[in-house]
Design a protein around this ligand. Structure first.
Ligand code: PEP
Length: 338
């Protein structure tokens, strides 16, 4: 299947007319020009995309060190999105240099930003402990990770709830990495694709606006087999390629051909600096979502730079203007980035 990019657009999914929202005010406000705070303009461009999910890790000191390590790394021709805990989002936004972009690890599904100049529905904001999409938008956080298996399993988030969250985040202009994946038991009983298709359907049902403009450009799917997350057990290249190809086919059959071509599908599950090259060669892997290894700056930068391995494998030329040169060994393993 030939992959094409679709233009980035602000989506306008259908809304429940009975609900009042604050959306128009926030979306019409001009955005900050600062490159570190920009919206996700690269989405949907077919570029390799790597996410770093820091989960519930970090102290003030360790986050400072990690950010310094990341800023010291040379990255070219790859989209990189790091997701610190909420408390460190602002610091990461302020101090990480381009091309790094920042993601929240979750957000709430209902309106939640209280603006003293406006009146709101009585339930607005009464969600103790939650962070709303409006707040992320207000802080110029361009991305959010939704449906991570730890949210689904530890916090009982259903497919439908995740679907609603994705639609709500998109409604507020956030780009979304939505995670899908099966347990070991589901894989062993042959239910992998049933589980993943049900997760995808719940998202598609909620964001299925007329032109599907909410999809390809600003929704990234992360396939994360639950049995591979944080376990050191990586899915085989065959398993990954098989699932990714089926996800793409599902998008073609159930959303549209355009969306199937433009949507980037990441693999996540014990990706590290040692195994990333082999996986990056797969044609249907458009990037990685990385947990543990994203806490080690040097390793994470190396994982991001396997974009070069991917482009070589699929025959894509380096972007014009790229000043980075890559050297490979005879097996196609990335040796050096200069
Ligand atoms: C994740 O949490 O999304 C993840 C893939 O974790 P790890 O890389 O540690 O398996």
């Amino acid at each position: 299947m030939t992959r094409v990019a679709t233009p980035t657009r602000v989506a306008t999914p259908a809304r429940d007319a009975t609900k009042r929202t604050t959306r128009c005010r926030w979306l019409t406000r001009p955005r900050d020009d600062d490159a570190r705070r920009r919206v996700a303009t690269n989405a949907g461009n077919g570029r390799f995309i790597v996410g770093g999910n820091w989960k519930c890790n970090g102290t003030r000191a360790s986050v400072k060190t990690l950010i310094e390590e990341l800023n010291a790394g040379e990255l070219r021709d790859v989209d990189v999105v790091v997701a610190p805990p909420f408390l460190f989002l602002d610091e990461a936004t302020e101090t990480l240099k381009a091309p790094y972009e920042v993601a929240a690890q979750n957000c709430w599904v209902e309106p939640g930003l209280v603006d003293p100049t406006h009146h709101y529905d009585s339930d607005t904001g009464a969600f103790t402990g939650e962070v709303s999409a409006e707040m992320l938008e207000d802080l110029r956080i361009p991305w959010v990770i939704l449906g991570h298996s730890e949210r689904r399993n530890l916090f009982n988030e259903s497919n439908e709830f995740v679907g609603k969250k994705v639609a709500h985040a998109r409604f507020h202009g956030l780009s979304v990495i939505v995670c899908v994946g099966e347990t070991l038991e589901e894989r062993e009983s042959g239910k992998t694709m049933d589980v993943i298709f049900a997760q995808l359907k719940a998202v598609a049902t909620e964001i299925d606006d007329k032109e599907h403009s909410s999809w390809g450009s600003q929704v990234v799917i992360a396939y994360e087999p639950i049995w591979a997350i944080g376990t050191g057990k990586v899915a085989t290249p065959e398993q990954v390629q098989d699932v990714h190809a089926k996800i793409r086919q599902w998008l073609a059959d159930n959303v549209s051909e355009e969306v199937a071509k433009a949507t980037r599908i990441q693999y996540g599950g014990s990706v590290n600096a040692g195994n990333c090259s082999e996986l990056a060669r797969l044609s249907d892997i458009d990037g990685f979502l990385v947990g543990g290894a994203s806490l080690k700056g040097d390793d994470f930068v190396k994982i991001c730079n396997t974009s070069a391995v991917h482009y070589k494998a699929i025959g894509r030329k380096p972007r014009s203007g790229s000043v980075v040169t890559y050297s490979f060994d005879e097996d196609g393993e990335l040796l050096e980035t200069k």
